[in-house]
Design a protein around this ligand. Structure first.
Ligand SMILES: Nc1nc2c(ncn2[C@@H]2O[C@H](COP(=O)(O)OP(=O)(O)OP(=O)(O)O)[C@@H](O)[C@H]2O)c(=O)[nH]1
Ligand SMILES: [Mg+2]
Length: 655
């Protein structure tokens, strides 16, 4: 059986790399714990890193007008091993709801279906995912491809309902979301049975974190905000599919404009354009060269229409590729040109993803190492100070020792008095963080969203909805600005405190990092842009169902904003720790050092022969710290070398 080896091998290598990286990080963690260098913050950071590496997903979305062959292409690229067509693919509208294919080992193989009726309720698909009882779950019998494809055919199920009901779901409109009404039965219309499907399936690629998103054609994309606002913007690659038999139609261009280029120019997801069904151009009466020229001509024309370079368009035949893979027909597979697309997909996708993950991991590990190193260095500086002190006592009489003891005692008392200021600072810090959490808190967001929802319901006119939404975004933006101001205040206060402790008690100077809200600002801007684009589209397209649709759009936006808030809250929490933790550590370490210094001078005061012994002990401790730094460097270098391993090496190692 011929398989998509290139993509599989690259993905395998990528997963393997992630596993090695996790192992390196776990090793570092173990070492830190052994050396008693891991505090709560380091534990948390490492745990987050490992979780992120473990759950790392790679999302490929297939987007096109209906019947261009999205589902067939997915079958050909990923599921040919089953020897038959797994996802339903047929003439006319087939895939009726967005369908995610993924693998979650905590659930048995299944298809989970969200009933279309949920469209009449508030709440987005993302929210419904938290409630298992809203979904219909059907088991997948992996031992029978026939039974599986029968169960999977659920994604193309439709049912006949009164037009009024379809309108309530925001599905029926003058532009006709679904199949045309039959003249005889004007009051009924076919709608999808399901709003969303999640196929849980232990395919090797899915097991490694690949997520495939199959979508229904144009109008159906527009009516499910989850797709336009969440799933597509978060995909790592989008395949846009055209069909050679249809040319580039007006609706193709609309899909391209609205879902691939129009919404977010900042979105860096890889985009590949596929010209499918080239087998329609195969013609026994023409030479291969003539057929190739015709394909090249169509590729060029499509590229021109979409204003992209022709090299970005991949001409294939999904159907013949599936057939070729099922029959092990290498010549036909080559002729289908699918291998080139698979190669481009893996080349585009995986190295880019690896880069992002690698850079982020490296940055976090560096920050962690720097924190640990500064603890070790502070300990080293303390030892050196003590050594200098004790060496200065060589050959001195009891009076000098006594004098020194007095001096350290005073220093310790002074420091302990300074601790009161530290305690006061902690109180102010807590007050300020509480105020910060209030501005960016979920409670505030809930109130703002509730208010907007009421206003949309109360004034169902373009102007009313527009101004309610405009105010919503303005309030959110205001909250983010205020939070930015508050983090700045906290930063300045802490910076002053660090400077003061450094000056008065000789603690190591430390500049706390600043917090930037820019990332969240940008995400809100992106949502507002997406909303603006879709507002007009929706307003024009849907007449009678527009309010249901508007409201649903708002709910999805509210969920996305909540997601931004969630992340901001989490980031703020770790930032606050990063700002406060060094001071806590410094204070604790400095206090401990003062006690140790006092102890050793006391010992020497009691018996002068203790001096040399104590100096020896300190010198040994110092050597121990140097060894610790070396070991830390080695741990970090090991992780770095995994991150930097060239992909070719990994591919070869796995071959
Ligand atoms: N000749 C030919 N037909 C194809 C090819 N790819 C798909 N088809 C056919 O085109 C029709 C539509 O394919 P689907 O895979 O259902 O298309 P889709 O884009 O998923 O369509 P929706 O699910 O309705 O959005 C089916 O009858 C396929 O067999 C191809 O490469 N060549
Ligand atoms: Mg389909």
């Amino acid at each position: 059986m011929v398989q998509s080896r290139e993509l599989a091998a690259r993905f395998e290598a990528y997963s393997d790399w992630r596993r090695r990286l996790s192992a390196g990080i776990s090793g570092l963690h173990e070492w830190l714990s052994q050396q008693e260098l891991a505090d709560a913050q380091a534990d948390l950071k490492i745990q987050h890193l490992l979780e992120r590496l473990h759950q790392d997903k790679l999302v490929i979305a297939f987007v096109a007008e209906f019947s261009r062959g999205k589902s067939e292409l997915i079958n050909a690229i990923f599921f040919a091993d089953f020897g038959q067509r797994l996802l339903p693919s047929s003439a006319g509208r087939t895939t009726m709801c967005p369908t995610e294919l993924l693998y979650d080992p905590t659930r048995p193989p299944s298809i989970r279906l969200l009933p279309i009726e949920t469209r009449a309720k508030d709440g987005s698909v993302a929210e419904f995912k938290n409630y298992a009882d809203e979904w219909v779950t059907l088991a997948l019998d992996l031992s029978s491809a026939d039974k599986m494809s029968q169960v999977l055919s659920q994604v193309s199920q439709t049912k006949r309902v009164p037009v009024m009901l379809a309108r309530r779901y925001g599905l029926q409109d003058d532009a006709d979301v679904l199949s045309p009404l039959s003249a005889a039965d004007e009051t009924a219309v076919d709608i999808p049975c399901w709003r969303h499907a999640v196929i849980n399936f232990p395919h090797p690629l899915l097991q490694q974190g690949l997520v495939i998103l199959d979508t229904p054609g144009l109008n159906a994309i527009g009516t499910e905000p989850e797709l336009t606002l969440n799933l597509l913007p978060n995909a790592h690659a989008i395949l846009f599919i055209l069909a050679a038999d249809a040319g580039v139609s007006r609706t193709d261009i609309e899909v391209w404009q609205n879902h691939l280029v129009g919404v977010d120019p900042a979105n860096k997801a890889g985009k590949l354009v596929v010209l499918n069904k080239i087998d329609g151009l195969w013609d026994e009466l023409r030479t291969d060269a003539e057929v190739d020229a015709e394909i090249a001509r169509q590729v060029k024309a499509s590229a021109q229409t979409l204003a992209i370079p022709p090299a970005q368009v991949y001409a294939v035949s999904a159907q013949k590729a599936l057939l070729a893979k099922v029959n092990g027909d290498d010549a036909l597979l080559a002729k289908s040109r699918l291998p080139q697309l698979e190669q481009a997909l893996s080349k585009e996708l995986i190295p880019a993803k690896r880069d992002i993950v690698g850079t982020a991991t490296r940055m976090e590990i560096r920050a962690l190492a720097a924190a640990v190193r500064s603890i070790i260095e502070a300990r080293g500086a303390g030892i050196q100070e003590q050594l200098a002190e004790l060496k200065g006592l060589r050959g001195k009489n009891q009076d000098v020792v006594e004098h020194m003891m007095e001096r350290i005692k005073q220093e310790k008392e002074l420091f302990e008095r300074g601790m009161q200021r530290y305690t006061a600072l902690r109180t102010v810090f807590t007050q300020q963080t509480t105020a910060l959490y209030e501005t960016i808190g979920l409670g505030t967001l809930r109130d703002t969203a509730g208010e907007t929802r009421r206003r949309i319901e109360d004034s169902p006119f373009t102007k009313g909805v527009r101004s309610a939404m405009g105010d919503f975004f303005a309030t959110i933006r205001g909250n983010i600005e205020q939070s930015a101001q508050k983090t700045l205040e906290i930063h300045d206060m802490m910076q002053a405190m660090y400077a003061r402790f450094a000056k008065e008690h000789g603690l190591e100077p430390f500049t706390p990092p600043q917090f930037s809200m820019l990332k969240y600002q940008k995400e809100i801007d992106r949502l507002e842009r997406a909303y603006n684009v879709h507002f007009n589209t929706l307003w024009n397209m849907v007449s009678k169902a527009k309010f249901t649709l508007m409201k649903r759009f708002f709910e999805t936006i509210a969920i996305r904003v909540k997601h931004v808030y969630d992340i901001a809250n989490r980031d703020i929490e770790s930032w606050l720790k990063a700002v406060m933790a060094p001071l806590e550590t410094q204070v604790r370490e400095h206090h401990m050092q003062l006690r140790r210094r006092l102890d050793s001078v006391k010992r020497i005061h009691r018996a002068s022969d203790e001096l040399e012994e104590r100096i020896g002990e300190l010198e040994q401790a110092e050597a121990g710290l140097r060894a610790q730094i070396d070991a830390l460097d080695r741990e970090i270098a090991a992780i770095d070398s995994v991150i930097e391993q060239p992909e070719m090496f990994l591919l070869a190692a796995n071959a």
